[in-house]
Design a protein around this ligand. Structure first.
Ligand code: ATP
Ligand code: MG
Length: 574
């Protein structure tokens, strides 16, 4: 490809709403354009990377005999009503009506549709297992579309589904898919971890996420230094911390004027935050839930949502608080009772405190010397806090690390939730009917491209792993006016091109400095420069984008050297 013909309009200014590097660099390097919030056009450079990733995925799916299909994006409401998800999917679903007033959605995922498909076609144990996937645009009206391709409203997902006769069959498929995903992300040169995950709204009995380790990630993951424990914090039940303060003091109500935050109260009363109890009030569907954790802990909202089987979770509003007689900033379970409208749930760690401070349930007051076992009435007790850096590994007691992750894939053991609801059954060898046992498996294709950039960049631009680089090599003639230089660059271009269409010749009539800057920004793994050195001594320069290393070779040896470097990158997943 000639750079003069490449449709990649680079930008000087980065749009203000682009805050993460992948978003900034993809716009700046002319890889994509924004149409509206969370909607992007992929220009050739982005599309080539996506295409390469899709090719890797297709190869790995073929290796486990998962067959590619393509289902409609537009899905009738009926199948979602049958599974029970039409009403629970909420505002994230794009809904539409046809001219006859029939309701549809734009597929956010395809469990319902694939189950309907297999239900019609497969009826005997002899036809199982079935393993299919598709590569397709998905639609989710995200509450906060942001970070470019990381959280968009239209994105490419590879989604796979398996159908088996029993749990053992599912286990086998799950492992095949888990291993294939591991190979896919390894081949992409990503530093990632497989972590235990919450199966959330989709349901099912087990799940893992594939998390690319990057500070800009929206997921919090925890892993152990000693054992194989690794999980999304949402899915972890941390150990209960036994209180070590013994006290038999009676609780006492004290004035705390204008002190409505934990920090302000603890500061004012001269007590450590670990001796306070924090109240957070949620609205879980129609129920108001008062959740209590130790002052320095955070509530695990996913856990809470699961415990109450709630579709929606949000912070309670002032009005919600009023409706159950609570005073914001000074809330505690002391003197409160659970009722139809209000539930009270207390973290296990709070229940072993003996001399704690909590809200006074009246403006400008707090209780001190509170012993929850003695002073709280009837409350629900569960582990509802998020694991933090002061915790130990819940599996082996070892030292844990917390990191940010970008979820690029997730695998689920679905079981029979969808097959039962949608009547997807098979007959066994005695003629008895059973629901098929399902698994589902997703990869965020476009998010993976963004994640790669989040993990591989510097101040100058993108550093592509060779497997998903839009082009592998750029050839830069340093001076377009020098016909000899141009001729040699053209010669190298022809030689390196070698039918593979992986080389760009920067033939633009620009200064060398600008071409170098663009080469770094776009992130070609190798840059070959033909310039002064060639004129002086017949030498061309090969620059490795990842390390900055410059290798000088005689022009005659350039082709071979570039080939061997690329081969090494491919073999080592660099
Ligand atoms: P998240 O928790 O980040 O919203 P999810 O768990 O809802 O994602 P899944 O239903 O598991 O997503 O979808 C499979 C994959 O699709 C995810 O692992 C992720 O890589 C990708 N994905 C999901 N939502 C988006 C989005 N809004 N933009 C880009 N990719 C997405
Ligand atoms: Mg997920």
């Amino acid at each position: 490809m000639l750079a003069s013909k490449l449709y990649s309009p680079t930008l000087r200014e980065i749009p203000a709403d682009a805050v993460v590097k992948s978003h900034q660099y993809m716009l700046k390097a002319g890889m994509m354009r924004k149409l509206a919030n969370g909607l992007y056009t992929f220009l050739p450079l982005a599309f080539r990377s996506i295409y390469k990733l899709e090719t890797i995925i297709r190869e790995e799916m073929a290796a486990i005999e998962c067959q590619e299909i393509l289902m409609p994006i537009v899905q009738p409401a009926e199948i979602w009503q049958q599974s029970g998800r039409w009403d629970v999917y909420g505002q994230e679903m794009f809904r539409l009506k046809d001219r006859h007033d029939h309701e549809y959605c734009l597929g956010p995922t395809h469990e319902e549709m694939v189950t309907t498909l297999v239900h019609l076609d497969i009826s005997s144990y002899k036809q199982l297992p079935v393993s299919v996937f598709q590569m397709q645009n998905k639609y989710r009206d995200e509450k906060r579309p942001r970070f470019g391709l990381m959280r968009s409203r239209e994105f490419i997902m590879k989604d796979a589904y398996t159908f088996d006769i029993d749990e053992a069959g599912l286990e086998k498929q799950y492992q095949l898919m888990y291993d294939a995903y591991t190979r896919i992300f390894t081949r992409c040169g990503l530093h990632f971890r497989q972590v235990l995950a919450d199966s959330g709204a989709i349901g099912g009995s087990g799940s893992h996420e594939f998390e690319v380790i990057a500070d800009s990630g929206e997921a919090d993951i925890v892993y152990c230094e000693n054992c194989d424990f690794a999980a999304n914090v949402e899915a972890v039940l941390p150990n209960e911390i036994k209180g070590n303060i013994k006290s038999d003091k009676e609780k006492e109500c004290v004035a705390t004027p204008d002190k409505s935050t934990i920090e302000a109260v603890c500061d004012f009363l001269h007590i450590p935050v670990e001796q306070s109890i924090k109240a957070v009030v949620y609205k879980l569907d129609d129920k108001i839930v008062l959740a209590l954790v130790r002052g320095d802990h955070e509530v695990n909202e996913v856990r809470l949502q699961n415990l109450y089987a709630a579709v929606d979770i949000s912070m309670a509003t002032g009005e919600d608080l009023e409706s159950v007689g609570l005073v914001g900033g000074y809330i505690s379970p002391v003197g409160l009772a659970r009722n139809e409208k209000l539930d009270i749930i207390v973290d296990t760690t709070v229940m072993s405190m003996e001399d704690a401070c909590c809200g006074g349930n009246a403006p400008d007051t707090h209780y001190i010397h509170v012993n929850p076992k003695r002073d709280f009435g009837d409350v629900r007790v569960e582990t509802i806090r998020i694991i933090d850096q002061n915790d130990v590994c819940p599996k082996c007691g070892g030292i844990i690390h917390l990191k940010k992750g970008i979820e690029v894939g997730q695998v689920f053991k679905l079981g029979t939730k969808y097959s039962e609801k949608l009547g997807c059954t098979y007959l066994d060898n005695t003629g008895k009917s059973h629901p098929m046992v399902m698994g589902c498996y997703g990869i965020g294709v476009t998010r993976t491209i963004a994640a790669s950039i989040e993990q591989n960049h510097d101040d100058d631009g993108i550093i592509w792993p060779v497997a998903i680089a839009p082009y592998e090599v750029v050839i830069v003639p340093a001076n377009n006016k020098d016909e000899e230089v141009m001729a040699v660059a053209g010669e190298l271009y022809e030689a390196l091109q070698d039918n593979a269409d992986n080389v760009v010749l920067d033939d633009r009539n620009e200064r060398a400095g600008i071409k170098f800057k663009d080469a770094d920004l776009i992130g070609y793994p190798l840059r070959v420069t033909v310039g002064k050195k060639w004129k002086e001594s017949g030498v061309v320069e090969i620059k490795l984008r990842r390390t900055g290393e410059v290798i000088e070779v005689a022009k005659e040896d350039c082709q071979e050297k570039v080939k061997s470097l690329l081969q090494e990158f491919h073999e080592k997943n660099l």
